[in-house]
Design a protein around this ligand. Structure first.
Ligand code: ZN
Length: 144
């Protein structure tokens, strides 16, 4: 097939680029969010609770940008290393820390969107938002 019209060529190239962008976004959450970050160090088994993943998928759909998970399930040792709270919900696979890979999404906006997606608590830190599914949710809080 030969495309002679320049405008058609431009539209065709734009469609290819948009599709690549879509694949790239999905790849990013799969690589960073699903596989690498949810595997506790040295243990090749997913320990994050399915409900957390459901909330995260909903959040990803609403945000429309790749969500980068910076922390998921933690072992006791890992939790100590990163200075986590002694009874952190990360230890139970009930929490994730994340950011959105887009400058238009503030951490405040991400936190309130997360609560709409089923997380019960959102704690806003200077670099990320902590979400968890504790029973008696705290809503949005700011880290001290
Ligand atoms: Zn956290």
């Amino acid at each position: 097939m030969k495309i002679r019209d320049v405008r058609l060529k431009v539209i065709f190239i734009c469609l290819i680029l948009a599709f690549c962008g879509f694949l790239w976004g999905d790849w990013t959450i799969q690589k960073r969010g699903r596989i690498a970050e949810f595997e506790p160090r040295g243990i090749h088994e997913l320990k994050i609770q399915p409900r957390v993943m459901e909330c995260l998928e909903r959040l990803r759909t609403r945000v429309k940008y790749p969500i980068i998970v910076t922390s998921g399930y933690r072992t006791e040792e890992h939790n100590e290393e990163v200075g986590g709270a002694p009874h952190s919900y990360h230890l139970k696979g009930m929490a994730i820390d994340c950011v959105v890979n887009d400058p238009d999404w503030s951490l405040n906006a991400l936190a309130s969107e997360g609560l709409k997606c089923g997380f019960s608590t959102a704690i806003i830190y200077s670099t990320h938002v902590h979400f968890d599914i504790r029973e008696k949710g705290l809503g949005i809080r700011y880290a001290k």
